[in-house]
Design a protein around this ligand. Structure first.
Ligand code: FES
Length: 194
């Protein structure tokens, strides 16, 4: 889990100089996301996705703003955000490499790939490399069990992985991720690699 246990009752939330939810974001949520749900709370996941995508994290102050916007408690937002590995309170790297660790991938030796990446990038799962380029994650089933083992690199799904294949993928990445391919943790946004 990327979350550290802290005494939340006494933790002070750092206020950002500018709000995380800009006017443009609030207007867009009101026009495009809220109407899809019977209750405002239903919009929580899409808004968390948007904030994570934009800032590469959902800091506690952003959770408070989301709670105010949706008229729910910050604890409701934290409950949901802390349940999913895809949401982080600290910014992720330019590229998020998420290895599936569910049963089909486990049987197809996802651990060989994961251990290789641990050594290659010198990070443990849920850590980011010192240069801010890569975050390594483990996730549950990515819905592509027949092509296990698989991994998501930002929004692209890579299948039938081998050490050689993941090396080729990582070594071929640009220095910076195009903003449209930054990690966007919505399963429906997953693209398959060619
Ligand atoms: S178990 Fe890995 S994709 Fe389903």
């Amino acid at each position: 889990m990327p979350w550290n246990v802290k005494p939340s009752a006494t933790t002070r939330i750092q206020q950002p100089p500018k709000p995380y939810l800009t006017k443009e974001m609030r207007d867009r949520y009101a026009a495009e996301i809220l109407p899809r749900y019977e209750k405002k709370q239903g919009a929580l996941m899409p808004i968390l996705n948007d904030v994570q995508h934009r800032y590469r994290c959902v800091p506690p102050a952003a959770m408070v703003e989301i709670a105010q916007f949706l008229e729910i408690t910050p604890a409701d937002v934290l409950d949901t955000a802390s349940f999913y590995e895809e949401y982080t309170t600290e910014p992720t790297g330019e590229f998020v490499i998420a290895i599936c660790q569910s049963v089909a991938c486990e049987l197809c030796e996802h651990e060989v790939i994961l251990n290789h990446l641990r050594r290659k990038l010198d990070v443990e799962p849920h850590e980011t490399t010192d240069d801010g380029r890569f975050t390594l994650l483990t996730l549950e089933c990515l819905g592509s069990c027949d092509t296990a083992p698989v991994a998501l690199v930002n929004e692209t799904l890579h299948e039938n992985l081998t050490i050689e294949k993941i090396d080729e993928i990582i070594d071929g990445l640009p220095a910076k991720a195009p903003t449209t391919t930054r990690h966007k943790p919505k399963r429906q946004n997953v693209r398959r690699s060619k």
